[in-house]
Each structure stands twice: as C-alpha cells, then as structure tokens.
Design a binder for this molecule. Sequence first.
Ligand code: HEC
Length: 159
Amino acid sequence: MTSGLRAGLAAACTLAALSAAAQQAPPTPEQQAQSAIEVRQSVFTLMGWNMDPLAAMARNRIPFDAAAAKTRAARIEQLAAMITDSFQPDTRKFKGETKALPNIWDSKDTFNGKAGELVKAAQALSAAAASGDKAATLKAIGGVGRACGSCHDDFREED
Ligand code: HEC
C-alpha cells in the first residue's frame, strides 16, 4: 500500500467514525451518570487488583517482594489521584448500580481529604518498598489498607 493510500484510508475511517458519532443522539443525563459510575468503579477495580497481592504479602500468604510492592504502590498512588475527578459528576439523583453513599456529595471536602490520605499512604509505601526494608514495607501496606477502609466506612454502602 502506498503511503498516500494509507493516509487516505485513515482519513476516510476518521470521517466515517465522526459522522457516525454525529448521527447519534447526545447521551441522556442518565447515560452520563451511568458512564460516570462505570469510570469510578473501574478506578476502584484496578485499585483492588493492585492491593490484593500487597494484602497477601502482609498476611504472609505470598513471599515478600519489595520490587512488586513498589510497582503496586506507584499504581495505587496514580489511581488514588483519580478519585476526586471521578466523583465530580453528582450521580445522586440517578438510580444505577452503585455503592457510593449520597453523603459523598454533602461532604466533598472530607471525601477528597480521604482520597488525599490514600495518596500519602501510597507514597509512604513506595518509599518503604524502595528501601527494601521488609518490616517497614509491611507496616506501610497496613497504612494503605487503613486509608481504603477509612473511606469505605464513611462513604461506601456495606455489602
Ligand atoms: C476516598 C474514598 C475511597 C478510598 C480512599 C478508597 N475507596 Fe474503594 N470505594 C469507594 C467508594 C465510594 C466505592 C463505591 C463506588 C461505586 O459503587 O460507585 C468504592 C468501591 C470500591 C471497590 C468496588 C468496585 C466496584 O466495581 O464496585 C473496590 C474493589 C474498592 N473500592 C477498593 C479500594 C481499595 C483497595 C482502596 C485502597 C487502596 C480503596 N478502595 C480506597 C471509596 C473509596
């Protein structure tokens, strides 16, 4: 394929995608709320996926691995920084599958503060893991776990 043909095809694909999008009705407020719920739950799904091995290390169920702890801590820090943004849309009026309690939007400062505490706990874990000190790392994993629990206690519906 010549590069001109390739560029032409790419442009045609982009145009087709754009016109398909233009023909679709804009998302309803319900659909926007549903997307917002899915985005924030995705953040937490990844958070849980990164936390699981850390918790398993802390409980001595898998061997201690400082490098893995450092990687997971960095990811949790990044994900924690997305919490505030992902709760920007106020979805209280919409019914959807969510465990987010309505008081999140009444106590935004407290909620955001708890997200900030998780960022700090994840940074402390990164530093401990980078030092390779097993006891300090396990202790810092406990700190991250407490930061998760502290927010869930106040702002997430119980199972
Ligand atoms: C600032 C508050 C806050 C912090 C900090 C927090 N969470 Fe959550 N978490 C929530 C809320 C609120 C929900 C419910 C979201 C929903 O259903 O819309 C949730 C949901 C979850 C879920 C379920 C996701 C789903 O798909 O339903 C998991 C797993 C989770 N959190 C793990 C964690 C872990 C692990 C940490 C710490 C590393 C953490 N969370 C820290 C507030 C928080």
